[in-house]
Design a protein around this ligand. Structure first.
Ligand code: HEC
Length: 124
């Protein structure tokens, strides 16, 4: 009985301290950066550098390297692709096709490209 009371008292003292502890940082992957004008500008530049030679300046699958490819590049302008889908595609690449993985680029740059590509499609 005495032990139980002491335990309760100890918990009563410890609990407020635990509640006052600062929140731990969020676990898991970094949050998706919002498509601000600055991020979209970065995405456009990175797209021109990494993607346009195959997918074309506007995503119409008509880049200078496209003609020589056996598997034709995907038309990114025909329908509006979700940024998350594009992010996945450029992170993984498509094995067995000329579509490379861009996992070496920082995640923020991949998101910037993904948001730019979403904007190549017709407006919602
Ligand atoms: C060397 C040429 C080449 C480059 C560079 C390239 N792609 Fe591709 N991409 C392709 C080809 C070819 C396909 C179609 C693959 C297939 O047959 O399914 C494709 C497919 C895709 C798809 C469709 C994915 C799917 O699941 O169907 C997306 C989205 C895409 N590319 C985005 C990009 C972006 C964004 C970049 C730049 C970061 C890029 N690609 C760079 C050749 C390229």
């Amino acid at each position: 009985m005495k032990t139980a009371l002491l335990l309760a008292a100890a918990l009563a003292i410890a609990a407020p301290a635990a509640l006052a502890a600062p929140p731990s940082p969020p676990a898991g992957p970094a949050p998706t950066p919002a498509p601000t004008p600055a991020l979209l500008a970065r995405g456009r530049a990175a797209y021109e550098q990494h993607c346009a030679r195959c997918h074309g300046p506007k995503g119409e699958a008509d880049g200078p390297a496209a003609a020589a490819l056996k598997d034709k590049p995907f038309n990114l302008a025909k329908q509006r692709l979700q940024a998350a889908f594009v992010f996945g595609a450029i992170t993984e690449g498509i094995p067995g096709t000329p579509m490379p993985s861009f996992a070496r680029l920082p995640a923020e740059e991949r998101w910037a490209i993904a948001h730019h590509v979403e904007g190549l499609g017709p407006p919602r």
